[in-house]
Write a protein that binds this ligand. Structure first.
Ligand code: IYR
Length: 232
């Protein structure tokens, strides 16, 4: 488990700012880039049917590096991204996830939740966990351990990890890879299967790969800009 020295050189240190002067982008270029990013992000779809083809591993590493630039509460960076490629470990994750999902879809979720999921076509069978060539299991670090073994709180952990995962999904998509946020519930088995320390709690399992040749997605419509934005 990380100690003060290993991860938190700024903890308790005085404020010592450094200059930050990024070159200002020409507004015309800003406009063009924003429009292009908007259109490319509009094409992102959550994929549940993956090809088993391998993906360039460095793309995944770079996407995780992008995610790890996310802002976080008190800059504590309370995340761990476990990259899982081993087929046997993926098989065990699938087995445990499908066990929990079976109970969920058999009634644990409740009628209202099941009705909300119906148009998405999800069920307890999770082939993506073994078909996709890689899984990124994201853990949130609820606290950190000081050199003396004392537990220290992390701040805004849900928000910080949520932002990092958003950046991860964007980076993967813009690098040409498909992904899925999978949240089997409860997720405790992930800590056991992956041997993670007790300060870490699983946040999501993200299969990453290429869509299968016969991949299908639900026919969803996104809210328009004026449905999601208010100008005040
Ligand atoms: N975790 C389950 C159920 C599920 C819940 C929501 I909210 C979704 O948007 C999709 C699925 C599953 O992974 O099937």
């Amino acid at each position: 488990m990380p100690t003060t020295e290993e991860w938190a050189p700024i903890h308790g240190a005085p404020y010592r700012p450094v200059p930050y002067h990024p070159e200002r982008m020409d507004p015309a270029e800003s406009l063009a880039r924003a429009a292009e990013l908007r259109d490319r992000m509009q094409q992102r779809r959550t994929v549940r049917q993956f090809a088993t083809d391998p993906v360039p591993e460095q793309v995944i590493r770079d996407a995780i590096a992008c995610a790890a630039t996310a802002p976080s509460g008190a800059h504590q960076q309370p995340w761990t991204f476990a990259l899982v490629r081993d087929p046997e470990i993926r098989r065990r994750i699938r087995e445990a996830a499908e066990h929990e999902e079976q109970i969920s879809y058999d009634g644990r979720l409740g009628e209202e939740w099941l009705a909300a999921l119906r148009p998405l076509g999800t069920d307890e069978v999770k082939p993506h966990l073994t078909d996709a060539p890689a899984l990124i299991v994201v853990f949130q670090q609820r606290y950190w351990l000081g050199a003396d073994g004392a537990k220290h709180k992390h701040y805004y952990v849900d928000e910080s990890v949520g932002i990092a995962v958003g950046m991860l999904l964007s980076a993967l998509h813009l690098s040409g890879l498909a992904a899925l946020i999978h949240t089997p519930s409860p997720m405790r088995f992930l800590s056991q299967v992956l041997g993670r320390p007790e300060n870490e709690k699983a946040f999501a399992v993200i299969p990453v790969g290429y869509p299968a040749p016969d991949c299908q997605v639900p026919d969803l419509v996104r809210k328009s800009l004026d449905q999601v934005m208010v100008e005040i």
